[in-house]
Write a protein that binds this ligand. Structure first.
Ligand SMILES: [Zn+2]
Length: 313
């Protein structure tokens, strides 16, 4: 048992319950601040309705993976948490939008900022971050990405708040991300490598698990691979005994500002997933059941793994 920061204050890990480890309750809040019409009418109500539906369907906690450069707004997250009774954990760290001219800067400069957001609060609100995030995508860890990853590692060493990594599985980018974290003295059981079900390369997935880290089995319904293919990977890893290291989630933003996708793309995303934050429970759990996963196992998926991750087990 330990205590973590939720957007409404301290949360005991025993109260995490059914937890979605990588979602975006709201992205690009700066667009809503400046051009609310690009979000469409009543976007907050749409979010509240989606998160309320999740709560009714048994989701207790959502980790919001939206860094400030993806448009995080913890004041809105707190309002959503208050109105829906879903625990929301905000993140600190940096996604991939760091300007190249910072490449000579010390990671400590940014580590100080991330520590402040964990210990004192974000943007003067007093709302504290409960998880650290760093990102690398195709092409691997960039020069600025490495600075931010080292900064995240150092903020972790100072606060013991765990780390989530946006990674690019088809190029096995986490091999480099984990090597950097190791150099910085991070215990890899405090790290979740997300988006790993973009690959079906079990040699890579098992290697990651053997390093001690958790795997974010997110991006449901999916981009490059089908939902079913992702669930087959999940099933195989459950059968191999890794259940408490697997973190299924959607990587879903309920409200998509019009700057994100053309309307026809958004419509097809909505059609593919009419369940929102309940897709895992409504679709993936049924797929797992059909593949022979027992009710006993399904009862602990999305509960034990997230709790152990935050407790550092
Ligand atoms: Zn994400």
């Amino acid at each position: 048992m330990s205590t973590i920061n939720s957007v409404l204050g301290p949360l005991d890990t025993k109260d995490l319950g059914f937890t979605l480890m990588h979602e975006h309750v709201m992205c690009q809040a700066f667009v809503a601040d400046n051009y609310p019409e690009l979000f469409g009418d009543g976007y907050m109500n749409h979010i509240i309705n989606g998160v309320t539906a999740a709560k009714k369907g048994g989701v207790d906690t959502i980790i919001d993976a939206t860094t400030f450069d993806l448009g995080r707004d913890v004041t809105r997250l707190a309002e959503i948490a208050r109105r829906t009774k879903v625990n929301i954990i905000a993140c600190t760290g940096w996604w991939m939008n760091a300007p190249e001219h910072i490449a000579g800067n010390s990671p400590d400069l940014y580590a100080d900022l991330f520590v402040r957001e964990i210990q004192q609060g974000i943007a003067g609100t007093g709302i504290k971050a409960g998880i650290l995030k760093s990102a690398a995508d195709f092409g691997g860890v960039t020069a600025t990405g490495e600075i931010m990853l080292r900064a995240v590692a150092r903020a972790h060493r100072r606060t013991l708040v765990p780390i989530m990594l946006h990674s690019y599985a088809p190029e096995q980018v986490a091999r480099r991300q984990l090597a950097i974290l190791k150099e910085e003295g991070v215990e890899l059981k405090r790290v979740a490598v997300d988006h790993v079900n973009d690959t079906t390369d079990f040699e890579y997935l098992n290697w990651l698990l053997e390093q001690g880290c958790y795997l974010g089995m997110d991006r449901y319904p999916g981009l490059n691979l089908s939902s079913y293919a992702r669930t087959k990977t999940l099933k195989q890893l459950i059968d191999d005994g890794w259940i408490d290291r697997l973190l299924p989630s959607h990587d879903l933003c309920l409200v998509t500002p019009l700057t994100f996708y053309p309307p026809e793309v958004k419509a097809s995303i909505d059609k593919e997933n009419p369940y929102g934050y309940l897709y895992i429970k409504e679709v993936v759990f049924r797929q797992l059941e059909d593949m022979g996963v027992s009710q006993a196992v399904l009862k602990t998926l999305c509960i034990n793994g997230p709790r152990k991750f935050f407790e550092g087990l």
